[in-house]
Design a protein around this ligand. Structure first.
Ligand SMILES: Nc1ncnc2c1ncn2[C@@H]1O[C@H](COP(=O)(O)OP(=O)(O)OP(=O)(O)O)[C@@H](O)[C@H]1O
Length: 465
């Protein structure tokens, strides 16, 4: 942890963002204040005595000094960008990964913060778009100076911003840049997370197993159009909590790429796809041979089948072919490393990851009003339990990483499995969580739950550990 007063960027910061009082709510507001303590702020919330909700739980609560900043309802998206995201640019331009999460109750302003609803007003565009805009300014400048220097081979080196966007719901990621194609979140034998679609058989019998698509954009206008097309495919609607409630976690990844890296990533997908049928064949041959080599005796126990000799040559041949294809994957990995090593730009592969988390009302069902809870279907309740465990797992991963624990519990939920590489890639990067809260008195229980969650992640990330 950086010492007090140090200018070094703390690896994880938590922020509170108060939204304006929603027009549909009453006029009674939560009483709130914050106090500076060194570089951090503590937050106090209490319910006015007159509020009809006074019977619901604790009436006042104060956090530790765990928040890097508290944003007021009058602070627009451009102010949040300036204070939260702009500090991460030097990291991303050095090739690191920086992650930003929005956590809060339904309607508290997560989507407003991450993507925004007005994509033209520079004060209102969400963090994903304002980041893309600033990132394009930087990569365009690098491209221009590269051209001015007359560097040969500049076609391959020209920088672009790649976008991946998908929603995670249970163990499935829906690819928003590929017509909501379903990709399954699984752990590979190498311990890495694989998020891949179904196996496709292409013309000529070629096999392809596609991961989440990354689409390179060469201008901000192109990026905005692509993002808006993907947003149209976001699942919204059926929740009984809020008519636009998002019951999925939406992930937006912005990666600095060039043609050489795009080609290397495509080649990698091809090599991994080719390996899939050969890996499966080797396993099938091994199982076939072994299932014939043993038989069940009258006592139910297995014994060697005297009438069958394992065809070891067949097993070895299948294994050798599989190994050949594994070596091709290793060669593609080596090529990818060479692309980074020979890049003229240290920012290649640098990433911003924005996550619009599912509504935190699922994290604590007590925060759900009894009317909303009683309207939930059995499927919604089951989904709620999954979201609850995702949000719990996320907090545990942040805490484990911040306290440098040897074992980080990435495997405890599909969300943390999907984010595993981003957390690992942010080793020298930066991550932040914006806790969005409503000042409406009737949202007191939800607001307090959000602030408490933020207090835990903020304490883990700050110097208070
Ligand atoms: N800070 C803010 N300033 C102005 N308007 C806001 C702010 N926060 C939220 N809103 C408005 O409140 C409404 C609900 O916000 P939003 O959709 O971002 O909530 P959410 O937390 O993403 O909810 P859900 O989990 O249901 O998707 C939107 O119309 C949004 O524009």
């Amino acid at each position: 942890m950086p010492p007090k007063g140090s200018q070094q960027l703390s690896p994880f910061k938590a922020y509170i963002r108060w939204r304006p009082l929603p027009v549909e709510s009453g006029t009674t507001e939560i009483e709130r204040s914050h106090a500076q303590d060194g570089e951090y702020q503590s937050v106090s919330v209490s319910l006015p005595a007159a509020s009809s909700n006074s019977s619901r739980g604790t009436r006042s609560w104060s956090s530790a000094p765990s928040f890097a900043r508290v944003f007021e309802p009058s602070d627009d998206n451009s102010i949040v960008f300036e204070h939260v995201v702009s500090q991460a640019f030097p990291k991303v331009m050095a090739g690191k990964t920086c992650n930003f999460f929005a956590y809060g109750h339904t309607g508290s302003g997560k989507t407003h913060t991450i993507v925004g609803y007005d994509h033209e007003d520079p004060h209102q565009i969400g963090l994903t778009l304002s980041t893309a805009k600033a990132l394009f300014e930087k990569v365009d400048e690098l491209n221009r100076s590269q051209e001015a220097d007359g560097d040969g081979d500049s076609g391959d080196q020209k920088l672009a911003v790649g976008l991946r966007m998908y929603e995670v719901r249970r163990k499935i990621a829906f690819d928003l840049l590929n017509g909501r194609t379903e990709c399954h979140v699984r752990e590979g034998p190498d311990g890495k997370t694989h998020v891949r679609g179904e196996t496709e058989i292409l013309e000529g019998g070629k096999v392809r197993v596609r991961p989440i698509l990354m689409v390179p954009c060469w201008s901000y206008a192109e990026f905005q159009k692509l993002l808006e097309g993907g947003l149209d495919l976001r699942a919204t609607g059926s929740s009984t909590v809020h008519d636009k409630s998002s019951r999925t976690h939406a992930v937006f990844e912005l990666e600095v790429v060039n043609k050489a890296l795009i080609d290397a990533q495509d080649a990698m997908v091809e090599r991994q796809s080719e390996l899939v049928p050969h890996g499966k064949h080797a396993t099938d041959v091994y199982l076939e041979e072994n299932s014939q080599a043993y038989i069940q005796g009258p006592d139910g126990k297995y014994m060697v089948n005297p009438d069958y000799t394992i065809n070891q040559a067949r097993i070895d041949a299948a294994e050798a072919t599989k190994r050949e294809y594994e070596e091709r994957v290793e060669a593609a990995e080596a090529h990818m490393r060479a692309v980074f090593a020979t890049s003229m730009h240290p920012c290649l592969g640098g990433k911003f990851v924005f996550v619009d988390l599912a509504g935190s009302e699922y994290y604590d069902q007590k925060a759900l009003s009894s009317a909303a809870a009683s309207k939930q279907t059995a499927e919604e309740r089951q989904e709620g339990r999954q979201i609850n465990s995702d949000l719990f797992a996320l907090k545990e991963v942040i805490r484990a990483r911040s306290s440098n624990q040897a074992r980080i519990p990435f495997r405890s939920s599909p969300l943390t499995m999907v984010l595993r590489d981003h957390f690992l890639g942010s080793e020298d990067g930066f991550s932040a969580m914006i806790l969005t809260v409503s000042p409406a008195a009737e949202q007191y229980a939800a607001t307090m739950n959000t602030v408490k969650y933020g207090n835990l992640v903020g304490m883990a990330g700050g110097e208070q550990v």
